[in-house]
Design a protein around this ligand. Structure first.
Ligand SMILES: Nc1ncnc2c1ncn2[C@@H]1O[C@H](COP(=O)(O)OP(=O)(O)OP(=O)(O)O)[C@@H](O)[C@H]1O
Ligand SMILES: [Mg+2]
Length: 209
């Protein structure tokens, strides 16, 4: 397999919606420790809306699917993470416009445009204890594996994604609500880094299985 198909992108979003349904309480618990205990509900609500909208666009190009997903997340999640996840998909829609399949380079561009959007909007950098730590780990690994087979690159990036998520435990938050806690934010896994890992893990599952 050298290409990610549109059907796999649709399956990704369906898998993600099911995952956020399943992990709602866990994500909320993480956010209870260093935030305001709404991240699980936010993600579940956002992806529920994505599932409402998906049937209208599932046979369109990948860019349209990404854009529709971004708009749905932007309009329903709210808070800090709504605009950030909305931006991930809206920026990811630009390079995928009119595409029906993506090779590794195109998939990497889609996600790296998304990360750039997240960083432009939220101004977080590596080590700030946010979702950016997960995406940076993913994208650094994808960049290093551009000449590997798609499956191999994704497996490596999936490992890195988990490590990125876990790396937030020891960090002190410098962005978002958790930063108000100062040193007390250390020792807790960041909720957004966790939901971002789930999102990428579901993409990998949709492609690899
Ligand atoms: N500036 C930022 N850049 C990147 N990610 C951020 C930023 N601020 C917060 N986050 C991410 O958002 C997650 C929290 O998302 P959540 O859905 O709980 O929004 P929220 O912070 O409760 O929003 P609000 O405080 O407006 O209610 C954090 O765990 C972190 O990963
Ligand atoms: Mg919150």
């Amino acid at each position: 397999m050298t290409q990610v198909t549109k059907q796999q992108i649709v399956r990704w979003l369906e898998n993600a919606a099911a995952k956020f349904e399943q992990e709602k309480d866990f994500l909320t618990e993480l956010d209870r420790q260093i935030g305001d205990a709404d991240h699980g509900a936010n993600m579940q609500r956002g992806f529920h809306k994505v599932m409402d909208k998906l049937p209208d666009v599932a046979d369109k190009d990948i860019g349209t699917i990404m854009k529709t997903t971004g708009m749905a997340l932007l309009s329903t999640i709210g808070g800090a993470s709504g605009p950030l996840y909305g931006t991930l998909f809206l920026r990811g829609a630009i390079s995928t416009e009119a595409k029906e399949a993506l090779d590794l380079a195109a998939l990497t561009t889609m996600l790296s445009d998304g990360l750039k959007g997240i960083q432009q909007r939220g101004k977080a950098v590596a080590g700030d204890k946010t979702m950016v730590d997960t995406w940076l780990a993913i994208l650094n690994t994808l960049a290093q594996n551009q000449h590997a087979p798609l499956e191999e690159a994704l497996k490596q990036a999936l490992n890195a994604s988990e490590q990125g998520m876990l790396s937030t435990i020891d960090m002190q938050a410098r962005k978002g609500r958790a930063s108000y806690l100062g040193e007390r934010s250390i020792g807790h896994q960041d909720p957004g880094a966790t939901s971002s890992h789930y999102l990428f893990a579901e993409l990998c599952r949709a492609i690899l299985s």
